[in-house]
Design a binder for this molecule. Sequence first.
Ligand SMILES: [Cu+2]
Length: 226
Amino acid sequence: MRSVTGKLALAVAGVVAAGVLIGFYVSKLTTQAGSPTYTVPVKTGGAHPVVDLTIQTVAAVGPALSPNPDWVSFLVRDASGKWRRETVWRLPAHATVHVTIYNFDGASGLRNPFLARPQGVDGNRIVVDGKPLAVLPPDEASHTFAVPQLGLIVPVAPVPDDARNQCGYAPCSLSMAHRTETFTFHTGKPGHYRWQCFVPCAAGWITGFGGPMQTIGYMDGFLDVV
Ligand SMILES: [Cu+2]
């Protein structure tokens, strides 16, 4: 019969091994490995640089951009106008970031209505199709762009279910049904900040939070502020 100390040592070793394996699993899902880094070009340099960040959100990323064509995704537009499935964005520190989101997806709705109020952006307002908005009805949220460490949360307005000319597979052209949302935020000091969607938008996955919702390169990414 083993001693109590022996059993205890075995239990501790088991817990440590399980922890290490869970750590590997989480880091595989959440590290930059899922996406190359896109360096957002600086428009105006100096101590307070200004950049434009243009992204689109789509219901299905399509076979041209992913081995998982039906996954919901963010895309970023590069300087040549090409849409890339890259969700790690390098931004200068202490920069003003003017964001434009073209959303081609419908409503999924937020489980936490608190996240329907824009925060951490200039004026705590977003502009949707030209109209300033201080809160979006929570069940209308299509996605969110949220950077918890910066206190930033922005809900994304949906394309109505009955809209004509809806986009099937990304990249979606601006001639198709979409909402245009703009806001401005500031990067602050250098750091590695996680961003993610909080809307359970991953259709077909348990509670809408699996697959693309927990894989870097789709509904999650990082801001590399340098
Ligand atoms: Cu989403």
